[in-house]
Every structure is written in C-alpha cells, then in structure tokens.
Write a protein that binds this ligand. Structure first.
Ligand code: NAD
Length: 272
C-alpha cells in the first residue's frame, strides 16, 4: 500500500515532461488516473506507459484554457471513477519576449493556459475533492512564481498568480475545515520540452532559447515527480524542486528587491 493506492488522480498536461512523469509514478504507486492534454499523440504515449505500469486510466483530449470544457471534464471524470482525490494542475506553456514587443494576444495566451487553466481545473474539481472526504489540489507554479526575470513577464505574471491563488485556497480549506489539502509547486529548471514547445516574439531565435534552457535545466522530470509526490504525502504548502530552486529562493528572500539588479546583469551578459 502507498499513500496513492486506489486514489483517483487527475493530471493535466500529461502528454510530456513533468505531467508524464507524474502520471507514470502515480500509476506505479497504485493510483487510478485521469490524464489529459491538447497533444493527442503525446497523451497516447503516456497512456501506454501508465497502462504498462498497471493503472486503470482514462485519457482525454482537453484544452485547459477552455473553461466550459474543463467543467464538463471534471464531471465526466467524477462520474467515470465515482470519486476524485487529487488534481495536478500541471499543463503549461512558455513564451519569451519583452513587454514592449509582446501583443495583448501573446499575454492572453499565456495567462489563459498557465493561470486560468489552473483556476478552472481547481474550481471544476473542488466540489468533487470535497465530496471525496480526502482531496488534494496540487498546482504547478515555477521558480518564476517566486522572482521575475526579463522577457518572462507573461509567464512570471501567470506563475505568481498561481502561487497567490493556491496559497489563499490552502488557508480557506483549513479555516473552513474542508477535507482538501493544497500544495503549490515551484520547479527550477527541469529537462522537459517546455522551451522547445515554447513560442517567442518575432526576431528572437527559438533554437538558441531552447538550447540555453537545455543547458540550464538540471533536474529530470522523473526526479521532479518524486519530489512533488513526497511533498503531497507530507501535505507541504510549498514544494521547491532542484538545487537551483532552493538557492534562488534563498537569494531572493535575502536580497529583497535587490535580486533584480543581479538577475538583469546576468541576463544582459548571457544575452537571454
Ligand atoms: P512540457 O512542454 O514538457 O509539458 C507541458 C504539457 O502541457 C505538454 O504536453 C503540452 O501539450 C500540455 N499543454 C500545453 N497547453 C495545454 C492546454 N492548453 N491544455 C492542456 N494541455 C496543454 O513542459 P513541462 O516542463 O513538463 O511543464 C509542466 C509544468 O511545469 C508547466 O506548468 C510549466 O510551466 C511548469 N514548470 C516547468 C519548468 C521546467 O523547467 N520544465 C520549470 C518550472 C515550472
């Protein structure tokens, strides 16, 4: 028996990276799984991996930025399994560009997936998690939800917002004695396709951005999944992933707004 045996867990953005690794690890630990993604091909690969690990799995195409679809999906999952215990609001996208270069459309797209996708997933599943008597909301923010960097204002805004939303929800669940735990996750650099799948404003070199990210990302998605599930088991309010996340978090807390000078000077020198 593990903490997750027979629990029903929902993972958004399960077709790649952290979402895939979480799905596989949850399957190994005996969870039943509802996995979803906009990438049907990636999702089918994850479905096969999860089945090979012996899990009961429901796989669906879902765009988390479509609120009505997310609401209907939550009811569908609850009806299919009869209960929902955990939701991992993980789906996310990256976008690079200065505020002056970005259109409102660029900003909206990032907020729609990275912030509103998390809010919709949380709100849609919350009544089912409460009804389970043993629920857990796990929202994936980022180290970029702890401090800001140039060219990431949209992503920073979304990830700070996820953190604010999630930390408030956790306190509400405690005050209102709801049987739902809440965890906010802040990964450092994880070796996934996020930068390759990401977009940027015109004139920025996609391959250069992706290969710089690949050099900086040190933690595997499998390790990230392990750390997240350990945090969930311990009902941690905040989970940091990777030495980079721990060091940067400490640095930002020590320097206050002064971190901005160091980060912008690093950014200028590295051309990122
Ligand atoms: P990834 O690109 O490997 O996986 C993200 C998945 O989300 C993909 O399968 C993609 O198809 C899916 N997705 C994108 N838009 C979607 C939508 N509208 N609806 C449903 N699915 C959608 O990236 P990853 O690194 O595994 O990212 C997972 C989460 O972790 C994201 O929220 C990301 O912001 C966060 N994160 C990643 C890192 C990192 O270094 N990789 C660091 C901090 C936070």
């Amino acid at each position: 028996m593990t903490h997750f045996t027979n629990k029903v867990a929902v993972v958004t953005g399960a077709g790649s990276g952290i979402g895939r690794a979480l799905s596989v690890e949850l399957a190994r630990r005996g969870a039943r799984l509802a996995i979803c993604d906009v990438d049907t091909h990636g999702l089918a690969e994850t479905e096969a991996l999860v089945k090979a690990a012996g899990a009961d799995v429901k796989a669906d195409h879902l765009d988390v930025s479509q609120r009505e679809l997310v609401l209907a999906y939550a009811d569908d999952v609850a009806e299919h399994f009869g209960v929902v215990n955990l939701v991992f609001n993980n789906a996310g996208i990256a976008f690079t560009g200065n505020v002056e270069e970005m259109s409102f459309k660029d900003l909206d797209r990032v907020m729609d997936v990275d912030f509103w996708g998390v809010v919709s997933g949380t709100k849609a599943f919350l009544p089912h998690l409460v009804a389970s008597g043993d629920g857990h909301v796990v929202n994936i923010s980022s180290v970029f939800g702890l401090f800001s960097v140039p060219t990431q204002s949209a992503y920073n805004a979304a990830k700070f917002a996820v953190r604010g939303f999630t930390e408030s929800l956790r306190q509400e669940m405690i005050i209102n004695k709801r049987p739902v735990k809440v965890t906010c996750v802040h990964p450092g650099g994880i070796k996934t396709n996020i930068a390759r799948n990401g977009e940027q404003v015109e004139g920025r070199d996609h391959d250069k951005l992706a290969s710089s990210f690949d050099k900086m990302a040190r933690t595997t998605p499998e390790k990230a999944a392990e750390v997240i599930l350990a945090g969930v088991e311990k009902n941690k309010a905040r989970v940091l992933i990777g030495a980079d996340a721990w060091i940067l978090d400490k640095f930002v807390r020590l320097t206050g707004p002064g971190y901005q000078r160091a980060v912008s000077s690093f950014s200028r020198r590295s051309g990122l």
